[in-house]
Design a protein around this ligand. Structure first.
Ligand SMILES: NC(=O)c1ccc[n+]([C@@H]2O[C@H](COP(=O)([O-])OP(=O)(O)OC[C@H]3O[C@@H](n4cnc5c(N)ncnc54)[C@H](OP(=O)(O)O)[C@@H]3O)[C@@H](O)[C@H]2O)c1
Length: 284
């Protein structure tokens, strides 16, 4: 049995489907099992640790019969250590943690995303469980930030059209996670994950347009004019640091790894494939 936190999220829902397709048993954790719409073959259980709520009296019951855990930062919030302890006490042996590519030598250790994930990885290393860390860089799903604008017109306004990343498809992160959860040989491994190609923000918008059969235009908003409403998925206190990171990515070649292919045997999906897979989210 594999326990998946963040199971309704971008990576988690792909992971649940892929684990089930491999014949694994899955316990999918969500704050709201009624709303979750998880596959019927998954054992769906409630977990709400992301806020400041008291911990459920018996976290251990979540891990009955489980051998491995997929750990998502937001889903466990401040209670990561308690959850890991409950998992270890019930016989879970391995944890795969969804961390971030921001964790690397020379990183800005004061960056809020660095702080969040460094703390998460520390808890994992101190848990006494065998572990694997996934450190993806930018998700292709960040492009959902433009969905409201694309649904309502052909112009996307935003900062840094020239910021470059190598966006990774959530299905590829999930595919790597599957291997680390089901196979031996990933204990203590740190997998840095990226998509296959450098793509600017403006090129991402154009690729989404191509998937929709439309011509989309990117209109630059100066960073000082960016308001939090433009990025509803970004916690407002993190926006200045994230804008700074995008600014530093203009015209800079992003890190590109071949880890997806090395671990799964399949090349990482392109941003064009991602846009095609998700075109419905951008259609009105
Ligand atoms: N975006 C990037 O470029 C990037 C890059 C590197 C690493 N990452 C890492 O990947 C994570 C995002 O993964 P994802 O896109 O798969 O996540 P996501 O789609 O945002 O899903 C998160 C899931 O966690 C659950 N959750 C539980 N408590 C929550 C809370 N307090 N706030 C928000 N969600 C909560 C939600 O499920 P229920 O509603 O069912 O409970 C939600 O579906 C980031 O947090 C970060 O750790 C992201």
């Amino acid at each position: 049995m594999i326990v998946v936190t963040g199971a309704t999220g971008n990576v988690g829902s792909a992971l649940v489907s892929q684990l089930l397709a491999e014949g694994a048993s899955v316990r999918a954790l969500t704050r709201d099992p009624e709303r979750a719409a998880l596959p019927a073959a998954a054992d769906v259980a409630r977990l709400d640790l992301g806020g400041d709520l008291p911990q459920p009296a018996d976290l251990g019951a979540l891990f009955d019969g489980a051998s491995a855990l997929f750990l998502h930062a937001q889903a466990v919030g401040a209670h990561t250590a308690a959850l890991l302890e409950a998992a270890r006490a019930r016989g879970v042996r391995h944890v795969t943690v969804l961390s971030s590519g921001i964790i690397q030598d020379g990183a800005d250790t004061a960056h809020p995303i660095y702080v969040q994930h460094a703390r998460l990885e520390d808890h994992v290393r101190e848990s006494g469980l065998a572990w694997t860390a996934l450190r993806p860089n930018a998700f292709a799903t960040n492009a959902f930030q433009w969905a409201p604008q694309i649904r309502s017109g052909d112009t996307v306004s935003g900062p840094y059209p020239g910021a470059v990343s190598a966006p990774i498809h959530e299905a590829d992160i999930a595919a790597v996670a599957v291997r680390t959860l089901l196979d031996d040989g990933h204990q203590g491994a740190v997998h840095r994950l990226t998509g296959p190609d450098p793509v600017t923000n403006e090129e991402q918008v154009h690729a989404i347009g191509a998937a929709l059969g439309r011509t989309l235009r990117f209109v630059e908003v100066p960073p000082q004019d960016v308001r939090p409403e433009l990025f509803p998925h970004v916690p407002p206190h993190m926006l200045p640091a994230i804008l700074r990171t995008w600014g530093e990515a203009v015209g800079v070649e992003p890190e590109i790894t071949t880890t997806v292919k090395a671990v799964t045997g399949q090349p990482a999906r392109t941003f064009e494939e991602w846009a095609t897979d998700h075109r419905d989210a951008f259609s009105s």
